[in-house]
Design a protein around this ligand. Structure first.
Ligand SMILES: Cc1cc2nc3c(=O)[nH]c(=O)nc-3n(C[C@H](O)[C@H](O)[C@H](O)COP(=O)(O)OP(=O)(O)OC[C@H]3O[C@@H](n4cnc5c(N)ncnc54)[C@H](O)[C@@H]3O)c2cc1C
Ligand code: FES
Length: 361
């Protein structure tokens, strides 16, 4: 055998190894990476992962309502120094021109391949990880469940009425956002109202695997959708399906305050089968003249027993009001429903700045 063949093979292998090491250094193998947050906290990074996951490993939980799928835009931060020069095409649809000009990025799409300095809103740094025990799972309709958790470690959570938490799905290690449906004054418990999405990872877990006494991990609280407690404007709430969750929390706080503001709550559903917690909201109506609960069914044409409102919830709202200029609105549900509501409320003179919403996307 020619003596030069093994030498050439070894030489080529050494060359490839050196090239791979250089490439790794160039695209992210630098073991001495750091992430500096708000010029205050410096974390060391050894693995190349997304910024969202890198921070989470350090117990800094940025909101990630879509679980890192680049659809919610909740995980934004500002890149001050280092990091990728341009946002990815997956980021730009969720960044306004001003945000792009200010170097705002999505942490779920940004890989930590080199040291970087970042800025994160201070209020986002308060979210924590909680271990909780399932205390109750109750069927509210054929596809909606109430899940009640007792917080174990830490055993209390401070949240604002309307905010959400994220459930971590064991095994898949993905997180999904669920609005908190309970009263913030009970800091030891969290309730969620969860609708099954056929084939959905988190909801299939909740509907098929989650049982009483199970331990689960949640993070939170998150979100800038919450009751404006300083305001004295009359309120219009519009929700569909599991969108009832944050509105229930908001109403629990208004109830405790003696319902000081006029509140109209429109709940959009398809048929009577999709209604739930009706007794709870009817009782609130009995207790307070200031509160009106208006369920509206979009598919009730043949339902002769139904005496309530029929039609799309937006049409029903417009039957009640011509002018909403002094109102404040809280909207929750599918993106399509919310967009339709925003446009119809705007048509009734409700100013954008007084329309608060969470899209369950
Ligand atoms: C701020 C916020 C608060 C939320 N609060 C609640 C809540 O209180 N209760 C609740 O039930 N949900 C809520 N959601 C929605 C929730 O976070 C999940 O998106 C939803 O439960 C689906 O998760 P999944 O893992 O089961 O489905 P995935 O595995 O993520 O999705 C499976 C498929 O279903 C589609 N899909 C995802 N979500 C929906 C949907 N809502 N309707 C129809 N198709 C969908 C996806 O595009 C995908 O094709 C909230 C979302 C946000 C952003
Ligand atoms: S986590 Fe939803 S866009 Fe990043």
């Amino acid at each position: 055998m020619n003596l030069f063949v093994p030498i050439i093979v070894i030489g080529v292998l050494v060359l490839i190894t050196v090239l791979l090491m250089i490439t790794d250094q160039l695209i992210g193998g630098d073991d001495k990476r750091t992430v500096t947050i708000n010029d205050e906290q410096v974390i060391d990074v050894t693995e190349t992962d997304t910024l969202l996951n890198t921070l989470s490993k350090e117990h800094i939980y940025l909101p990630s309502a879509c679980g890192g799928k680049a659809t919610c835009g909740a995980c934004k931060f500002r890149l001050i120094e280092g990091g990728p020069e341009e946002p990815l095409p997956t980021e730009t649809p969720l960044l306004s021109p001003e945000e792009q000009a200010n170097n705002v990025r999505l942490s779920c799409q940004t890989k930590v391949r080199s040291s970087m300095k970042i800025e994160v809103l201070r209020e986002l740094l308060t979210a924590k990880e909680y271990r909780a025990k399932v205390e109750k799972i109750e069927d509210l309709t054929y596809d909606i469940k109430l899940v009640r958790l007792k917080l174990l470690e830490p055993d209390t959570m401070d949240f604002k009425p309307g905010q959400y938490a994220q459930i971590r799905v064991p095994g898949l290690e993905i997180e999904r956002a669920y609005s908190i449906a309970s009263n913030p004054k009970d800091k030891h418990h969290i309730e969620f109202i969860i609708r099954l999405v056929p084939g959905g990872k988190a909801t299939t877990f909740v509907f098929k695997a989650l049982e009483n006494n199970d331990d689960i991990i949640i993070t939170g609280p998150y979100g800038d959708f919450f009751l404006q407690e300083e305001s004295d404007r009359p309120i219009i709430c519009i929700a569909g399906g599991s969108g009832k969750a944050p509105i229930r929390s908001i109403l629990s706080v208004l109830k405790d305050a003696g319902m000081p503001r006029k509140v109209y709550y429109f709940f959009g559903a398809r048929t009577q089968e999709d209604l739930f917690m009706t007794d709870e909201f009817r009782a609130l109506e009995e207790e307070f003249d200031n509160f009106k609960y208006i369920p509206a069914l979009s598919h009730a044409d043949d339902d002769h027993e139904w005496q309530g409102e029929k039609g799309l919830v937006t049409d029903v709202v417009m039957r009640y009001f011509d002018d909403l200029s002094n109102y404040e609105a809280y909207l929750c549900g599918s993106p399509g429903m919310i967009d339709a509501c925003i446009s119809c409320l705007g048509g009734a003179n409700l100013h954008d700045e007084f329309i608060y919403f969470d899209k369950f996307s």
